[in-house]
Write a protein that binds this ligand. Structure first.
Ligand code: CP
Ligand code: NVA
Length: 305
């Protein structure tokens, strides 16, 4: 199948990722100036959600509408996917009717299998391993607030989860240093770490990780699908809360990001999203603009191929 997919940041070159971020900023400006831009007229995005979502669903759905197309929400509860129809069969059929498919799922292998059988672009809207669309928004947000991230230091505090793995890929693609501070047993996937070499350091002490950091980022301690581990995680992750005292140890121009949803009082202090150093609301908005740039690249590219 010749379609171009976006399952990971590694599916683009560093140059393509930089262009996507530039384009996202342009599309944001067009939208803020009220200039219509509808290159995807009559194009349809299918969105398969096997996990809950606010931002991902809204940003893809609104983004498609703003680009002149449409998006269809597909829940496994109401489709044959949830009743055991093989993924490969679903991919063949859906991709004959749609112009792109976004999938939020558990096992990353499901995305890979769907993509292998799809004739249209498949986009990872979050898997247990990766959340690349979120990183497009994060990188756009850093660029807007502080300029190029190349050569800067980023601290990831908390769980070595799908977001942390994606930060590792971003460190490679956008060329920054990444300090990961996590409790023992909650390290990021070793396969991602191995790719990154010495630009990523895993440490135990969050204070050491934030030293000199220009960006501090965190995420929930219990990701979707891990709910039965909540109590154990709450106890183990307690020393990893990002709060004013921790941010005070970072670079004086540090900014703070959280992909949201946030649990105030757990991975962040009650006040952190209101701190002037937090850019979480811009980061959430940028999901819209960054994914519009991505849809433009993948869907327009597919129509020209
Ligand atoms: N950050 C993010 O992906 O949010 P949702 O789970 O609301 O889509
Ligand atoms: N790590 C979180 C991210 C949510 C956007 C999860 O997978 O639930």
């Amino acid at each position: 199948m010749s379609a171009r997919h976006f399952l990971s940041l590694m599916d683009c070159t560093p140059q393509e990722l930089s262009s996507l971020i530039r384009r996202a900023i342009e599309l944001k400006d067009l939208r803020h100036r009220g200039v219509p831009y509808e290159p995807l007229k009559s194009r349809v995005l299918g969105m398969i959600f096997e996990k809950a979502s606010t931002r991902t669903r809204l940003s893809f759905e609104a983004g498609m509408i703003q680009l002149g197309g449409q998006a269809i929400f597909l829940s496994p509860r109401d489709t044959q996917l949830g009743r055991g129809e093989p993924i490969s069969d679903c991919a063949i059929v859906m991709s004959r009717m749609l112009d792109a498919v976004m999938i939020r799922t558990f096992a990353h292998s499901k995305l890979v299998e769907f993509a292998a059988n799809s004739r249209v672009p498949v986009i990872n809207g979050l898997s247990d391993d990766l959340h690349p669309c979120q990183l497009l928004a994060d990188m756009q947000t850093f660029q807007e607030h502080r300029g190029a991230i190349q050569g800067k230091t980023v601290a990831w505090i908390g769980d070595g989860n799908n977001m942390c793995n994606t930060y590792i890929e971003a460190a490679i693609q956008f060329d920054f240093r990444l300090n990961v501070a996590c409790p023992e047993g909650f390290e990021p996937n070793p396969a991602f770490l191995a790719q990154a070499g010495d630009r990523v350091q895993v440490m135990r002490d969050p204070r050491e990780a934030v030293r000199g950091a220009h960006l501090v980022s965190t995420d929930v301690w219990t990701s979707m699908g891990q709910e039965e581990e909540t109590a154990r995680r709450l106890a183990l992750f307690k020393p990893y809360q990002v709060n004013q005292a921790l941010l005070a140890l970072a670079d004086e121009a540090v900014i703070f990001m959280h992909c949201l949803p946030a649990h105030r009082g757990e991975e962040i202090s009650m006040d952190l999203l209101d701190d002037p150093r937090s850019v979480a609301w811009d980061q959430a908005e940028n999901r819209l603009h960054a994914q519009k740039a991505l849809l433009e690249l993948l869907v327009e590219h597919a129509s020209r191929a």
